[in-house]
Write a protein that binds this ligand. Structure first.
Ligand SMILES: [Ca+2]
Ligand SMILES: [Ca+2]
Ligand SMILES: [Ca+2]
Length: 217
């Protein structure tokens, strides 16, 4: 059957409509995938901001508790377990473990406990020394940053001495151990917080000694 020119034109219009619809669908799909990509990036940034905020609030809590410890004992907590007479089987996370132990000592009953949600034990160790004011706690815990990695702690007596940490969320899963030392001021070359203490979080990248580290100085 032969189509007249009117029928041909109607067919062409239908084809063009079908074509436009396909282009429109592709455009909508492209916009949707762009929006999804942007929202994933936005969500990631939002999450990262949350981790930074959590780290700041945990450090503020530690600063307050360390100040209370200092007002009782005359100095900030030591950064070795030996100085607290707490026996340990390894030296991983020792600064962080010494800080936790000091803040929860039997001999410091007026101190209050660090928020439980910030605690972890990346090297899963414990001690036979009954150090904790709450009976039954034998784990050598660490206070964690917002990313779930131990916050390194240095007392002035330990500045210059390297510490080793086992990261729960390492940058390289094949290399979860990180080394860190107390930091010096780039301006003066002297240790930062020379008379008080240093708290150092490895930050977003899970590596100590990079620009994204969060510190109390
Ligand atoms: Ca340990
Ligand atoms: Ca531990
Ligand atoms: Ca870092």
């Amino acid at each position: 059957m032969q189509m007249n020119s009117k029928q041909l034109n109607a067919g062409a219009v239908r084809d063009r409509r079908a074509g436009f619809t396909l282009v429109e669908i592709l455009a909508v799909l492209a916009i949707l995938s762009l929006l999804m990509a942007l929202s994933v990036v936005g969500f990631q940034k939002f999450k990262e901001r949350g981790y930074v905020t959590k780290t700041h609030s945990t450090m503020a809590e530690l600063r307050m508790k360390i100040t209370n410890y200092e007002s009782k004992f005359g100095a900030p907590p030591p950064d070795t377990l030996a100085a607290l007479k707490v026996r340990a089987d390894n030296d991983l996370n020792e600064g962080a473990e010494a800080l936790f132990a000091a803040l929860h000592l039997k001999g410091f009953p007026e101190g209050d406990n660090v928020e439980e949600e910030s605690l972890g034990n990346s090297d899963e160790d414990s001690t036979a020394t009954p150090y904790h004011r709450d009976a039954g706690v034998s784990q050598l815990l660490e206070v964690m940053d917002g990313w779930g990695n131990p916050i390194a702690y240095f007392a002035p007596s330990g500045y210059g001495k390297e510490q080793r940490y086992l990261m729960s969320e390492p940058a390289d899963p094949n290399d979860p151990e990180q080394r860190v030392s107390a930091q010096k001021s780039t301006k003066t070359g002297a240790f930062a917080n020379a008379d008080t203490f240093q708290l150092i979080s490895a930050g977003t990248d899970g590596l100590f000694g990079t620009d994204d580290d969060e510190t109390n100085f």
